[in-house]
Design a protein around this ligand. Structure first.
Ligand code: CS2
Ligand code: MG
Length: 412
Protein backbone atom coordinates (compact mmCIF):
# COMPACT_ATOMS: atom_id res chain seq x y z
CA UNK A 1 0.00 0.00 0.00
CA UNK A 2 1.28 3.51 -0.79
CA UNK A 3 0.28 7.03 0.27
CA UNK A 4 -0.89 8.88 -2.83
CA UNK A 5 -2.13 12.12 -1.29
CA UNK A 6 -1.99 14.06 1.98
CA UNK A 7 -4.29 17.06 2.16
CA UNK A 8 -4.21 19.69 4.92
CA UNK A 9 -7.78 20.85 5.52
CA UNK A 10 -8.21 24.13 7.42
CA UNK A 11 -11.74 24.87 8.58
CA UNK A 12 -13.30 27.18 11.15
CA UNK A 13 -16.85 26.05 12.02
CA UNK A 14 -16.98 27.01 15.71
CA UNK A 15 -13.21 27.66 15.84
CA UNK A 16 -10.14 27.00 13.68
CA UNK A 17 -9.16 23.36 13.09
CA UNK A 18 -6.31 21.87 11.04
CA UNK A 19 -6.84 18.32 9.81
CA UNK A 20 -4.52 16.09 7.80
CA UNK A 21 -6.28 13.68 5.41
CA UNK A 22 -4.05 10.93 4.03
CA UNK A 23 -5.22 8.88 1.02
CA UNK A 24 -3.76 5.54 -0.11
CA UNK A 25 -3.55 3.86 -3.52
CA UNK A 26 -6.24 1.44 -2.31
CA UNK A 27 -8.66 4.30 -1.71
CA UNK A 28 -8.47 4.20 2.09
CA UNK A 29 -8.21 7.53 3.94
CA UNK A 30 -7.02 8.43 7.43
CA UNK A 31 -7.46 11.61 9.50
CA UNK A 32 -5.17 13.35 11.96
CA UNK A 33 -5.71 16.46 14.09
CA UNK A 34 -3.03 19.16 13.76
CA UNK A 35 -4.77 22.03 15.54
CA UNK A 36 -2.55 24.36 17.57
CA UNK A 37 -4.74 27.07 19.09
CA UNK A 38 -3.58 30.53 18.01
CA UNK A 39 -0.72 29.20 15.84
CA UNK A 40 -2.66 27.00 13.40
CA UNK A 41 -1.05 28.34 10.22
CA UNK A 42 2.45 27.45 11.43
CA UNK A 43 1.44 23.78 11.54
CA UNK A 44 -0.30 24.08 8.15
CA UNK A 45 2.98 25.23 6.62
CA UNK A 46 5.06 22.63 8.47
CA UNK A 47 2.80 19.92 7.07
CA UNK A 48 2.26 21.25 3.53
CA UNK A 49 5.80 22.51 2.90
CA UNK A 50 7.94 20.01 4.82
CA UNK A 51 6.06 16.81 5.69
CA UNK A 52 3.57 16.04 2.90
CA UNK A 53 6.29 15.80 0.21
CA UNK A 54 8.03 13.16 2.37
CA UNK A 55 4.86 11.08 2.75
CA UNK A 56 3.89 10.61 -0.89
CA UNK A 57 4.81 7.10 -2.04
CA UNK A 58 5.56 5.83 1.49
CA UNK A 59 3.97 2.77 3.12
CA UNK A 60 1.16 3.85 5.52
CA UNK A 61 1.51 0.58 7.43
CA UNK A 62 4.91 1.67 8.79
CA UNK A 63 3.56 3.79 11.64
CA UNK A 64 6.51 3.52 14.05
CA UNK A 65 9.09 3.98 11.27
CA UNK A 66 7.25 6.99 9.85
CA UNK A 67 7.07 8.57 13.31
CA UNK A 68 10.78 8.02 13.96
CA UNK A 69 11.67 9.26 10.46
CA UNK A 70 9.68 12.49 10.84
CA UNK A 71 11.03 13.06 14.39
CA UNK A 72 14.70 12.35 13.64
CA UNK A 73 15.07 13.48 10.02
CA UNK A 74 13.90 17.03 10.85
CA UNK A 75 17.02 17.41 13.03
CA UNK A 76 15.25 20.16 15.03
CA UNK A 77 13.23 18.30 17.64
CA UNK A 78 10.20 18.73 19.88
CA UNK A 79 7.98 21.80 20.24
CA UNK A 80 4.23 22.16 19.62
CA UNK A 81 4.41 22.87 15.89
CA UNK A 82 6.63 19.92 15.01
CA UNK A 83 4.82 17.50 17.32
CA UNK A 84 1.34 18.59 16.14
CA UNK A 85 2.41 17.90 12.56
CA UNK A 86 3.92 14.50 13.43
CA UNK A 87 0.88 13.77 15.59
CA UNK A 88 -1.50 14.34 12.69
CA UNK A 89 0.43 11.91 10.49
CA UNK A 90 0.51 9.33 13.29
CA UNK A 91 -3.22 9.54 13.98
CA UNK A 92 -4.02 9.26 10.25
CA UNK A 93 -1.86 6.14 9.87
CA UNK A 94 -3.53 4.47 12.86
CA UNK A 95 -6.90 5.40 11.33
CA UNK A 96 -5.88 3.70 8.07
CA UNK A 97 -4.51 0.62 9.85
CA UNK A 98 -7.76 0.22 11.73
CA UNK A 99 -9.73 0.47 8.49
CA UNK A 100 -7.47 -2.17 6.87
CA UNK A 101 -7.97 -4.46 9.90
CA UNK A 102 -11.68 -3.69 10.15
CA UNK A 103 -11.16 -2.84 13.83
CA UNK A 104 -11.42 0.29 16.01
CA UNK A 105 -7.96 1.55 16.98
CA UNK A 106 -8.40 0.59 20.65
CA UNK A 107 -8.54 -3.06 19.56
CA UNK A 108 -5.15 -2.64 17.87
CA UNK A 109 -3.81 -1.22 21.17
CA UNK A 110 -4.75 -4.31 23.16
CA UNK A 111 -8.51 -4.07 23.43
CA UNK A 112 -10.76 -2.44 26.03
CA UNK A 113 -9.62 -2.29 29.66
CA UNK A 114 -12.98 -0.78 30.79
CA UNK A 115 -16.50 -0.29 29.54
CA UNK A 116 -16.24 3.49 29.22
CA UNK A 117 -14.15 6.57 29.99
CA UNK A 118 -15.16 8.74 32.94
CA UNK A 119 -15.43 12.28 31.50
CA UNK A 120 -15.33 15.68 33.10
CA UNK A 121 -16.88 18.92 31.86
CA UNK A 122 -16.21 22.60 32.50
CA UNK A 123 -18.55 24.36 34.93
CA UNK A 124 -17.87 28.02 35.52
CA UNK A 125 -19.41 31.22 36.79
CA UNK A 126 -18.49 34.82 37.42
CA UNK A 127 -20.40 34.44 40.73
CA UNK A 128 -21.35 31.52 42.98
CA UNK A 129 -25.02 31.42 41.83
CA UNK A 130 -23.88 31.35 38.20
CA UNK A 131 -21.33 28.65 39.04
CA UNK A 132 -23.90 26.52 40.87
CA UNK A 133 -26.23 26.75 37.86
CA UNK A 134 -23.38 25.66 35.61
CA UNK A 135 -22.57 22.67 37.82
CA UNK A 136 -26.23 21.62 37.75
CA UNK A 137 -26.31 22.12 33.97
CA UNK A 138 -23.36 19.75 33.58
CA UNK A 139 -24.88 17.21 35.96
CA UNK A 140 -28.05 17.34 33.85
CA UNK A 141 -25.89 16.61 30.80
CA UNK A 142 -24.73 13.47 32.58
CA UNK A 143 -21.29 14.52 33.78
CA UNK A 144 -20.19 12.69 36.91
CA UNK A 145 -17.00 14.78 37.32
CA UNK A 146 -16.84 18.53 36.97
CA UNK A 147 -14.14 21.19 36.63
CA UNK A 148 -14.84 24.37 38.58
CA UNK A 149 -13.56 27.79 37.50
CA UNK A 150 -14.85 31.13 38.76
CA UNK A 151 -14.30 34.84 38.57
CA UNK A 152 -12.02 36.50 41.12
CA UNK A 153 -13.17 39.67 42.95
CA UNK A 154 -11.46 42.71 41.49
CA UNK A 155 -10.55 41.04 38.20
CA UNK A 156 -12.55 41.91 35.10
CA UNK A 157 -11.70 39.32 32.46
CA UNK A 158 -10.05 36.02 33.40
CA UNK A 159 -9.65 32.56 31.94
CA UNK A 160 -12.36 29.99 31.81
CA UNK A 161 -15.63 31.77 32.62
CA UNK A 162 -18.40 30.84 30.18
CA UNK A 163 -20.45 33.98 30.71
CA UNK A 164 -17.58 36.10 29.43
CA UNK A 165 -18.53 35.81 25.80
CA UNK A 166 -15.94 36.76 23.24
CA UNK A 167 -15.81 40.12 21.48
CA UNK A 168 -18.97 42.17 21.68
CA UNK A 169 -19.95 41.23 18.15
CA UNK A 170 -22.82 38.80 17.72
CA UNK A 171 -22.15 35.11 17.40
CA UNK A 172 -19.14 35.07 19.69
CA UNK A 173 -18.54 31.59 21.05
CA UNK A 174 -18.92 31.00 24.78
CA UNK A 175 -15.62 32.20 26.21
CA UNK A 176 -14.88 28.95 28.01
CA UNK A 177 -15.51 27.02 24.80
CA UNK A 178 -13.38 29.35 22.74
CA UNK A 179 -10.85 31.45 24.62
CA UNK A 180 -9.07 32.19 21.34
CA UNK A 181 -10.91 35.33 20.35
CA UNK A 182 -11.23 36.09 16.68
CA UNK A 183 -9.46 39.31 15.86
CA UNK A 184 -6.23 40.76 14.58
CA UNK A 185 -4.45 40.84 17.96
CA UNK A 186 -4.54 38.90 21.24
CA UNK A 187 -6.83 40.27 23.97
CA UNK A 188 -5.29 41.46 27.22
CA UNK A 189 -6.75 40.10 30.45
CA UNK A 190 -5.91 40.89 34.05
CA UNK A 191 -4.59 38.81 36.93
CA UNK A 192 -3.82 38.98 40.64
CA UNK A 193 -2.54 35.78 42.22
CA UNK A 194 -2.97 36.92 45.83
CA UNK A 195 -6.65 37.78 45.18
CA UNK A 196 -7.06 34.40 43.48
CA UNK A 197 -5.43 32.51 46.38
CA UNK A 198 -7.73 34.25 48.88
CA UNK A 199 -10.83 33.50 46.82
CA UNK A 200 -10.57 29.94 45.50
CA UNK A 201 -10.78 28.11 48.87
CA UNK A 202 -14.03 29.98 49.60
CA UNK A 203 -15.41 28.82 46.24
CA UNK A 204 -14.73 25.15 46.93
CA UNK A 205 -16.08 25.47 50.47
CA UNK A 206 -19.33 26.78 48.94
CA UNK A 207 -19.40 24.11 46.22
CA UNK A 208 -18.87 21.28 48.70
CA UNK A 209 -21.60 22.73 50.96
CA UNK A 210 -23.96 22.90 47.97
CA UNK A 211 -23.13 19.63 46.18
CA UNK A 212 -21.74 17.40 48.92
CA UNK A 213 -18.44 15.58 49.47
CA UNK A 214 -18.64 12.90 46.77
CA UNK A 215 -18.79 14.81 43.45
CA UNK A 216 -15.30 14.66 41.85
CA UNK A 217 -14.19 18.30 41.45
CA UNK A 218 -11.26 19.52 39.37
CA UNK A 219 -9.64 22.95 39.11
CA UNK A 220 -7.20 24.44 36.61
CA UNK A 221 -4.52 26.82 37.88
CA UNK A 222 -3.52 27.41 34.27
CA UNK A 223 0.23 27.89 34.92
CA UNK A 224 -0.16 31.12 36.92
CA UNK A 225 1.35 30.44 40.32
CA UNK A 226 4.89 30.21 41.62
CA UNK A 227 5.72 26.87 43.23
CA UNK A 228 5.18 28.16 46.76
CA UNK A 229 1.88 29.80 45.73
CA UNK A 230 0.84 26.49 44.16
CA UNK A 231 1.80 24.72 47.39
CA UNK A 232 -0.29 27.20 49.36
CA UNK A 233 -3.33 26.65 47.13
CA UNK A 234 -2.95 22.86 47.12
CA UNK A 235 -2.77 22.86 50.90
CA UNK A 236 -5.74 25.22 51.30
CA UNK A 237 -7.85 22.99 49.02
CA UNK A 238 -7.13 19.74 50.89
CA UNK A 239 -10.34 19.96 52.98
CA UNK A 240 -12.36 19.94 49.73
CA UNK A 241 -10.85 16.70 48.41
CA UNK A 242 -10.26 17.71 44.76
CA UNK A 243 -9.89 15.07 42.08
CA UNK A 244 -6.98 17.21 40.82
CA UNK A 245 -5.40 20.65 40.75
CA UNK A 246 -4.16 21.22 37.21
CA UNK A 247 -1.19 23.19 35.88
CA UNK A 248 -0.55 24.62 39.33
CA UNK A 249 2.76 26.15 38.21
CA UNK A 250 4.68 26.43 34.92
CA UNK A 251 6.47 23.07 34.60
CA UNK A 252 9.32 23.75 32.20
CA UNK A 253 11.30 23.46 35.44
CA UNK A 254 10.06 20.04 36.48
CA UNK A 255 11.96 20.30 39.79
CA UNK A 256 9.54 23.05 40.87
CA UNK A 257 6.97 20.36 41.54
CA UNK A 258 9.20 18.88 44.25
CA UNK A 259 8.47 21.95 46.35
CA UNK A 260 4.73 21.78 45.69
CA UNK A 261 4.65 18.05 46.46
CA UNK A 262 6.33 18.61 49.84
CA UNK A 263 3.44 20.77 51.02
CA UNK A 264 0.24 19.24 49.74
CA UNK A 265 -1.56 15.96 49.11
CA UNK A 266 -3.96 17.53 46.60
CA UNK A 267 -3.52 15.41 43.43
CA UNK A 268 -1.68 17.22 40.63
CA UNK A 269 -2.21 17.10 36.85
CA UNK A 270 0.22 18.64 34.37
CA UNK A 271 1.17 18.42 30.73
CA UNK A 272 -1.35 19.83 28.26
CA UNK A 273 1.36 22.04 26.74
CA UNK A 274 4.02 19.29 26.77
CA UNK A 275 5.15 17.69 23.52
CA UNK A 276 7.30 14.66 24.36
CA UNK A 277 7.95 12.15 27.13
CA UNK A 278 11.08 14.13 28.08
CA UNK A 279 8.82 16.94 29.31
CA UNK A 280 7.34 14.46 31.79
CA UNK A 281 10.44 12.48 32.73
CA UNK A 282 11.16 13.83 36.22
CA UNK A 283 7.50 14.49 36.96
CA UNK A 284 6.71 10.80 36.42
CA UNK A 285 9.92 9.22 37.73
CA UNK A 286 9.75 11.20 40.98
CA UNK A 287 5.96 10.86 41.18
CA UNK A 288 5.60 14.64 41.29
CA UNK A 289 2.27 14.41 39.45
CA UNK A 290 -0.69 12.05 39.55
CA UNK A 291 -2.12 12.61 36.05
CA UNK A 292 -0.60 13.01 32.59
CA UNK A 293 -2.43 15.83 30.81
CA UNK A 294 -0.93 15.27 27.34
CA UNK A 295 -3.14 15.48 24.25
CA UNK A 296 -2.70 13.18 21.24
CA UNK A 297 -2.51 16.26 19.01
CA UNK A 298 0.34 18.22 20.63
CA UNK A 299 2.22 15.16 21.83
CA UNK A 300 3.00 13.53 18.49
CA UNK A 301 -0.07 11.33 18.19
CA UNK A 302 -1.23 7.95 19.43
CA UNK A 303 2.15 6.21 19.29
CA UNK A 304 3.96 8.40 21.87
CA UNK A 305 0.81 8.84 23.96
CA UNK A 306 0.70 5.09 24.51
CA UNK A 307 4.42 5.02 25.25
CA UNK A 308 4.28 7.78 27.87
CA UNK A 309 1.36 6.07 29.58
CA UNK A 310 3.25 2.76 29.72
CA UNK A 311 6.14 4.68 31.34
CA UNK A 312 3.71 6.39 33.72
CA UNK A 313 2.18 3.05 34.69
CA UNK A 314 5.49 2.03 36.31
CA UNK A 315 4.98 4.93 38.77
CA UNK A 316 1.21 4.63 39.31
CA UNK A 317 0.60 7.82 37.33
CA UNK A 318 -2.67 7.84 35.39
CA UNK A 319 -4.07 9.55 32.31
CA UNK A 320 -6.02 12.81 32.24
CA UNK A 321 -5.77 13.59 28.52
CA UNK A 322 -6.43 17.17 27.41
CA UNK A 323 -9.80 17.46 25.66
CA UNK A 324 -10.87 21.11 25.18
CA UNK A 325 -12.72 22.33 22.12
CA UNK A 326 -9.40 23.20 20.47
CA UNK A 327 -8.63 19.51 20.25
CA UNK A 328 -10.69 18.48 17.22
CA UNK A 329 -13.09 15.52 17.27
CA UNK A 330 -10.32 13.58 15.48
CA UNK A 331 -7.78 14.31 18.23
CA UNK A 332 -10.38 13.61 20.91
CA UNK A 333 -11.27 10.26 19.34
CA UNK A 334 -7.60 9.31 19.08
CA UNK A 335 -7.00 9.78 22.79
CA UNK A 336 -10.24 8.01 23.65
CA UNK A 337 -8.91 4.90 21.89
CA UNK A 338 -5.71 5.11 23.95
CA UNK A 339 -7.68 5.78 27.15
CA UNK A 340 -9.92 2.76 26.61
CA UNK A 341 -6.99 0.41 26.05
CA UNK A 342 -4.48 1.40 28.77
CA UNK A 343 -4.80 0.07 32.32
CA UNK A 344 -3.74 3.34 33.99
CA UNK A 345 -6.62 5.47 32.72
CA UNK A 346 -7.65 8.31 35.03
CA UNK A 347 -10.22 10.63 33.46
CA UNK A 348 -10.96 12.24 30.06
CA UNK A 349 -11.65 15.94 29.59
CA UNK A 350 -14.66 16.50 27.35
CA UNK A 351 -15.79 20.00 26.40
CA UNK A 352 -18.53 19.37 23.87
CA UNK A 353 -17.87 20.77 20.39
CA UNK A 354 -20.34 23.12 18.73
CA UNK A 355 -23.06 22.13 16.29
CA UNK A 356 -21.24 23.34 13.20
CA UNK A 357 -18.10 21.43 14.23
CA UNK A 358 -20.15 18.26 14.61
CA UNK A 359 -21.48 18.74 11.08
CA UNK A 360 -17.95 19.01 9.70
CA UNK A 361 -16.59 16.05 11.70
CA UNK A 362 -18.96 13.06 11.69
CA UNK A 363 -18.19 11.17 14.89
CA UNK A 364 -19.05 7.67 16.14
CA UNK A 365 -17.95 8.23 19.74
CA UNK A 366 -20.66 8.38 22.38
CA UNK A 367 -21.14 10.20 25.70
CA UNK A 368 -23.68 8.45 27.91
CA UNK A 369 -24.32 8.65 31.66
CA UNK A 370 -21.04 10.47 32.18
CA UNK A 371 -18.89 8.01 30.22
CA UNK A 372 -17.30 8.36 26.78
CA UNK A 373 -16.68 5.50 24.36
CA UNK A 374 -14.81 5.82 21.03
CA UNK A 375 -17.21 3.47 19.26
CA UNK A 376 -16.44 0.37 17.20
CA UNK A 377 -16.09 1.83 13.73
CA UNK A 378 -12.88 0.67 12.01
CA UNK A 379 -10.08 3.17 12.64
CA UNK A 380 -10.68 6.30 14.74
CA UNK A 381 -14.39 6.54 13.95
CA UNK A 382 -14.43 10.12 12.65
CA UNK A 383 -15.09 11.22 9.06
CA UNK A 384 -14.44 14.71 7.69
CA UNK A 385 -17.07 16.29 5.43
CA UNK A 386 -14.71 18.28 3.21
CA UNK A 387 -17.56 20.14 1.51
CA UNK A 388 -19.01 21.19 4.87
CA UNK A 389 -15.51 22.14 6.02
CA UNK A 390 -15.14 24.36 2.96
CA UNK A 391 -17.98 26.54 4.18
CA UNK A 392 -15.85 27.84 7.06
CA UNK A 393 -12.55 29.46 6.04
CA UNK A 394 -9.79 30.12 8.56
CA UNK A 395 -10.22 33.20 10.76
CA UNK A 396 -7.36 34.86 12.59
CA UNK A 397 -7.72 34.12 16.30
CA UNK A 398 -5.34 34.45 19.23
CA UNK A 399 -5.42 33.22 22.79
CA UNK A 400 -5.50 36.05 25.37
CA UNK A 401 -2.57 37.03 27.56
CA UNK A 402 -2.38 38.41 31.09
CA UNK A 403 -0.90 41.54 32.57
CA UNK A 404 -0.63 42.22 36.30
CA UNK A 405 -1.79 45.49 37.85
CA UNK A 406 1.65 47.03 37.32
CA UNK A 407 1.60 46.02 33.66
CA UNK A 408 3.93 43.04 33.93
CA UNK A 409 3.01 40.33 31.42
CA UNK A 410 1.99 37.10 33.17
CA UNK A 411 1.10 33.51 32.22
CA UNK A 412 -2.46 33.27 30.95
C1 CS2 B 1 -7.50 24.38 29.40
C2 CS2 B 1 -7.55 24.53 27.92
O1 CS2 B 1 -9.02 22.62 29.10
C3 CS2 B 1 -8.06 23.02 29.78
O2 CS2 B 1 -7.53 22.40 30.71
O3 CS2 B 1 -6.21 24.52 29.93
O4 CS2 B 1 -8.85 24.84 27.58
C4 CS2 B 1 -6.64 25.61 27.35
O5 CS2 B 1 -6.98 26.85 27.92
C5 CS2 B 1 -6.83 25.65 25.85
O6 CS2 B 1 -6.55 24.38 25.34
C6 CS2 B 1 -5.90 26.68 25.21
O7 CS2 B 1 -6.04 26.61 23.82
MG1 MG C 1 -5.79 23.15 31.46
Amino acid sequence: MKITAADVVVTSPNRNFVTLKITTDEGLTGLGDATLNGRELAVVSYLRDHVVPLLIGSDPHRIEDTWQFLYRSAYWRRGPVTMAAIGAVDMALWDIKGKVAGLPVYQLLGGASRSGLMAYGHASGASLPELFDSVREHQALGYRSIRVQTGVPGLNRIYGIASQSGPADAGAERYDHEPAQRGALPAEEDWDTRAYLRHIPTVFEAVRNEFGPELPLLHDGHHRMTPIQAAKLGKSLEPYDLFWLEDCTPAENQEALRLVRQHTTTPLAIGEIFNTVWDFQSLIKEQLIDYVRAASTHFGGITPLRKVMDYAAQYQVRSGFHGPTDISPVGLAAQMHVGLAIHNFGIQEYMQHGTKTNEVFRQSFTFEDGYLHPGDQPGLGVELDVDEAGKYPYETAYLPYNRLADGTVHDW
